[in-house]
Design a protein around this ligand. Structure first.
Ligand code: NI
Ligand code: MN
Length: 235
């Protein structure tokens, strides 16, 4: 894929581990134990400098509290999730909102729009989890990755292209709760990212979208569909 010193590992579903060229560990939407697609060797994973949460659903933050407590990582998420995690004893939850950028040295993390919901499931039912988001991450080497979170395609993906020029887009394709390959193929064109990594498919029976369908829709275009295997690091 050509990450110029960075290393990306898919942990199944929407969970990704990104090691920056400077050796920082970013974990996006950690859902490890309980994630049918997470390789068991990553259960109990204990390295993170920054944890990014796109929204409050269990399949995106199921392991966030435990990983944050184990590592002391800064948790970047919307204000409501940060307040919730703070109430659970997470020491360094950084609440932000769309359009905001947090910088750690030469790493920049911007929260962007997503078209989805964000309630948190608790023993007392669903509580308000703010709004769903995506993230644009620019690493020390200038490489820019966009993690869409859960979302449908939306026209303002064109703004993400204009403002941030993502090199790699991590896009949900499973359908049912998010966009499917038809919408994702359109999203790729709006985003202009040369490499697209499909995610959020195959985990549950309802998530029927497949990378082959996305690849067919983009055949002959300038865009490459990079199908990752959970647990396999790509550089
Ligand atoms: Ni969701
Ligand atoms: Mn989801």
């Amino acid at each position: 894929m050509g990450l110029d010193g960075a290393e990306l590992t898919w942990l199944g579903h929407a969970s990704f581990l990104l090691k920056s060229p400077g050796g920082k560990y970013l974990v996006i939407d950690p859902w490890l134990e309980g994630n049918p697609k997470c390789p068991p060797e990553f259960y109990g994973w204990d390295k993170a400098d920054y944890i990014l949460l796109t929204h409050g659903h269990f399949d995106h933050m199921g392991s966030a509290e435990s990983l944050a407590k184990k590592t002391g990582a800064a948790v970047l998420c919307n204000f409501e999730l940060a307040t919730y995690l703070g109430s659970k004893g997470v020491a360094n939850a950084v609440g932000m909102n769309k359009g905001g950028t947090v910088e750690f040295g030469d790493i920049k993390i911007t929260m962007v729009y997503a078209d989805h919901s964000s309630g948190i499931s608790t023993e007392h039912g669903i509580i308000y989890g703010g709004e769903a988001a995506g993230f644009v991450v620019t690493l020390e080497n200038g490489l820019t990755l966009y993690h869409a979170g859960d979302t449908n395609v939306f026209g303002d993906m064109a703004l993400i292209k204009t403002l941030y020029q993502p090199d790699v887009a991590l896009l949900p394709i499973g359908g049912h709760f998010t966009m499917a390959p038809k919408e994702a193929a359109y999203a790729v064109r709006l985003l202009g990212a040369k490499t697209v990594v499909p995610m959020h498919y195959g985990t549950f029976d309802a998530l029927t979208g497949r990378p082959e369908a996305l690849a067919d829709l983009l055949a002959g275009s300038e865009y490459e569909v990079k199908v990752m295997e959970p647990g396999q690091a790509v550089q």
